[in-house]
Ligand binder design. Sequence first.
Ligand SMILES: [Mn+2]
Length: 276
Amino acid sequence: MKQEEARRELYFHADFGVDVIGDIHGCYEEFIELIEKLGYRLEPESQLYKHPEGRKILSLGDITSRGPESLPMLSFFIRHVKAGLAEMIESNHGWKIARWLDGRRVTLAHGDELVEAEFLQYEQIHGKRKANKLRYDSLELLMTAPSHIILLDKGEQALIAVHAGIKDSYIGKESHAILNFCRYGDVDGMAADGRPIRKDWTVQHELPILIVWGHDPRVEPERNPYTLNIDQGCVFGGKLTAYRYPEDELVSVVAKKNYSGKTDTPLTRELQRNQT
Ligand SMILES: [Mn+2]
């Protein structure tokens, strides 16, 4: 499978409402708690979570890595995207895992190595055939994810969802450059500590349409008139946030713990910055 292969479409129909979910990073327990809080219920026959009003789930990507249960997250989106109940967009960890599953030479780090460990454990429990099926389905889910989503409400553009950032001129288009920008945002080299220097892409956004994004955790949702960050660093012990359209409401659940194994996290750094 190659990157050039067709991506899923940029338009997502949600005439009965949508719940946009921030970066999950394998926090399966918190994710299920959140969607149950939003009213989704497990239908026993299909083993699918459905909403009585026909709402759909839209993930901002980075559903795996760093956290404890990446495979249940992959399995959830494989099944719910297929059933038309959910969509998930391209992201930096998603792209790394996709390339790894595709057999390309990548170094698994920053929590991606935990996904490999989970696959090995899964194979020991369920056997090679089932493990290979999950690998194949995960590859397909991740490798065909659209760079961003234009949410349509009865045919009208309601909002844009993207993982790390987007330029107004990219909206509604797909290319290598656009996929890259949407995965990593406006990155300008590396700082001395090895972390990417992130430029503020939100200042370029001039169109009067809301862009919901994640990737760069904030302690609280950060809203400018037309951009909204809903990555509250669940895997770092923060919160998992949903943005509800058309209600224009935020709903979140608190992480059960800091799963990242780090004491210096984007959340602690933000709190330190605010103290000084
Ligand atoms: Mn990310």
